[in-house]
Design a protein around this ligand. Structure first.
Ligand SMILES: [Zn+2]
Length: 282
């Protein structure tokens, strides 16, 4: 049977969002190389800490440094070939993501504290989890336009000088569950950057994701005078979501943002309104 005939038997929805059980360990593991080195030094077999296994954990709380994927770690907890009966196939395009200037200590600490107190402050933690999940889903969605690409591309290209993985046609749900640890760490860290309080517009512009980046991005789409009139809003990366994604996705995010923490929901509302006023939403 030709492939086209096979594809015709599948719902277009299923084709757009193929179901997957997600990666198995050790691809799913994120580890702290310093903790593993300590294990070896102190004569213990290296092991995966429970706190690293949460999909939103991006940093080691002991060493306050970014986690890396087990694949990128020189100290292995398990031998893939022996334990999992297969040869390790590593996505060569992904490198271990070390320290990066875009990490915002405030929002990283907010997630860490949410993780620690997730039983006590359950509803606030859930709200934060939803916000990060939805931002990752948005990053994985194709932008509108003639050459649609995953929204992530707007972050990945200036930060790493490379293109992103292919995006989804419609806003997926729980995109990060499908990812190996290297990809998930990248997406979650970028989502945390997006959700961090944007810098004051009068503060110095540092790094590849500063004011120049956003100004360049809007150079082709903004109405004349946009920059001068909305200077205060130009640094919020949520504006990208409200301007680059298709209308259907923006509306879906709007609906989902009702479940976010109040401050993030407010920021999203402002960004969506600015996008609509700018005439970007269609
Ligand atoms: Zn550590």
């Amino acid at each position: 049977m030709p492939v086209s005939a096979l594809l015709a038997t599948l719902s277009p929805d299923l084709l757009a969002h193929p179901l997957s059980a997600g990666p198995a360990p050790p691809d799913a593991w994120a580890v702290c190389p310093a903790c593993l080195a300590q294990d070896v030094e102190e004569g213990r077999p290296p092991y995966v800490r429970a706190t690293w296994t949460h999909p939103l954990t991006t940093h080691c709380q002991v060493h306050t440094r970014p986690l890396i994927s087990h694949a990128a770690s020189s100290i292995k907890v398990a031998d893939d070939e022996m334990v999992f009966d297969r040869h390790p196939e590593r996505p060569a395009r992904w490198d271990a993501l070390g320290e990066r200037p875009f990490d915002n200590p405030g929002v990283v600490a907010r997630v860490a504290s949410g993780l620690r107190q997730r039983e006590k402050g359950r509803s606030e933690w859930l709200k934060l989890r939803f916000a990060i999940r939805d931002i990752v889903d948005g990053l994985g969605t194709l932008t509108r336009g003639v050459h649609p690409r995953a929204l992530m591309n707007h972050f990945e290209e200036p930060l790493f000088g490379r293109r992103s993985l292919i995006g989804a046609l419609r806003l997926p749900v729980g995109w990060m569950a499908e990812m190996d640890a290297t990809t998930r760490l990248l997406y979650v860290r970028v989502a945390l950057f997006v959700l961090a309080e944007p810098p004051d517009p009068s503060s110095a512009d540092v790094g590849p994701l500063g004011a120049v980046w956003l100004r360049d991005l809007y150079a082709h789409s903004r109405p004349r005078g946009w920059e001068a009139r909305f200077k205060h809003a130009i640094r919020d990366p949520l504006l990208l979501f409200a301007t680059q994604l298709p209308r259907e996705t923006i509306l879906a995010l709007d609906e989902r943002s009702l479940a976010w923490p109040a401050d993030l929901r407010r920021r999203w509302t402002y960004a969506a309104a600015a996008g609509a006023i700018g005439g970007y939403v269609f």
